[in-house]
Write a protein that binds this ligand. Sequence first.
Ligand SMILES: [Zn+2]
Length: 128
Amino acid sequence: MKLFDNRGPDTGEPILTKRQMQWVICDTCRGEGKRDNPAFANGITSEEWANDWDEDEREGYLEGRYDVPCNDCNGAGRQQIPLISACTFAQKRILAGMRKSDREYQRDYDSEKYLRMAENGVGHGCGY
Ligand SMILES: [Zn+2]
């Protein structure tokens, strides 16, 4: 889950007050504030585990010694999100606008990816 940015898109001023936000457990690290090292993202084969890792390394892995801080919550294990029921109508409008620009960004990104693929001869070049 991406961290909520409490800054107005135009003014850079905070949109919501503390009372209009709520803390939730970060769903990326489930509140741990850290996550598995990306080096292990593909898992560890039982062969590697048995041959390449010594006793100390195995113990360290199980204890989470190689974990890295969670990016999504900056290692806090929790995130602050808008408490919609406490927001005014005007604030809800700003929040809706921010979500929309997120989607627009995603759309631009997707079409750019598509263009790159088309340039590289992937796809059929029709559509846009
Ligand atoms: Zn997190």
